[in-house]
Design a protein around this ligand. Structure first.
Ligand code: MLT
Length: 312
């Protein structure tokens, strides 16, 4: 159907609540970031912003929901390296991650962190790798589904360590982390923002962060370069998109509201407390996210396709 979405509509937008589709379960890192931003964006936009968690298939179900929504600015797609890059190399999506979405804004990022259940008798990454190699069957790694950021991080970990993992998919790494704390799975290569509080609480063990420098709010966790997996660098960035065809005036209003949120001192503090790093100030225009996404597709698809991920 053709939606009557034109300049007049853009003038009065937003005239009713906006929905941000988060393609992972409540309580995970995507959900946390989206809620923090939505809370502040609604002040600038003057409308309620609802978070809708639409999960499954590595986030591609939720992204598909947003792609097929009317291009009227009332449905926004939250996503990241997994959902808006990796999924395109794994699933027959029924939509095109670049052609069927308009980029709105690049959001904060964070390195991944290698964490294990407390029962693992390892005091360093080297000891963890030995323990993983000594398992009688492939050790279990929690993910948010094939193509999720935690899954891509697992594939990368397998490549650099030579250790085969048995992936255990969840609807998000919030639920996966609960099982790690309960000792049901062995490791997660998780977003630092998700695991950091459980590490601090002593409920799971952290071994390294996948960056060349330590995370400001977890200075005790070594980098992979220091700990024994040099060069295993991966930063998970997030972003907002809207369906293709959304009027540019609306994209601009959403972009402005998101930037205001990112520059709000209270929001910055909340995000940085989670170990999140602000996007570069010169990468905040909508087209910067578009260019970033295309570059990341070129960077990650070869490794992901080589992994030959089987999805039903
Ligand atoms: C992932 O890609 O691992 C997701 O971001 C997990 C989540 O947000 O729940």
């Amino acid at each position: 159907f053709v939606t009557l979405v034109g300049p007049a509509h853009a003038e009065t937008w937003p005239a009713h609540p906006i929905t941000i589709v988060v393609p992972f379960a409540a309580g995970g890192p995507s959900d946390a970031m989206a809620r923090i931003l939505a809370e502040r964006m609604k002040q600038s936009l003057g409308e309620v912003i609802l978070i809708e968690n639409v999960t499954g298939a590595g986030g591609s179900i939720g992204v598909g929901r947003a792609v097929r929504a009317a291009p009227d600015g009332y449905t926004v797609s939250f996503g990241h390296l997994g959902t808006h890059v990796a999924n395109g190399a794994i699933y027959k999506l029924g939509y095109d991650l670049v052609e069927d979405l308009e980029p709105v804004v690049l959001l904060p990022s964070n390195p991944m962190i290698i964490v294990s259940k407390n029962a693992v008798p390892a005091k360093s990454l080297k000891e963890l790798l030995e323990w993983l190699k000594s398992r009688p069957a492939p050790p279990t790694a929690g993910t948010a589904g094939a193509g999720s950021g935690s899954h891509i991080a697992g594939l990368y970990f397998e490549n650099v360590s030579g250790i085969k993992l048995q992936y255990v998919p969840y609807r998000g790494t919030g639920p996966a982390l609960n099982d790690l704390v309960a000792g049901q799975i062995d490791i997660i290569v998780d977003q630092t923002s998700n695991s950091i509080n459980q590490v601090r609480a002593g409920n799971i063990r952290a071994y390294a962060v996948t960056d060349s420098k330590r995370v400001a709010n977890a200075p005790e966790v070594p980098t992979v370069d220091e700990a024994g997996l040099p060069g295993f660098h991966m930063t998970l960035w997030s972003g907002l998109w809207v369906p293709k065809g959304t009027p540019q005036e609306i994209v601009a209003k959403l972009n402005t509201a998101a930037i205001q949120a990112l520059r709000d001192p209270a929001v910055k503090k909340q995000l940085e407390n989670l170990g999140l790093q602000m996007p570069p100030q010169d990468q905040l225009k909508p087209e910067a996210l578009g260019a970033w996404q295309k570059a990341e597709i070129a960077k990650w698809w070869p490794m992901i396709k080589a992994a030959n991920v089987k999805v039903e």
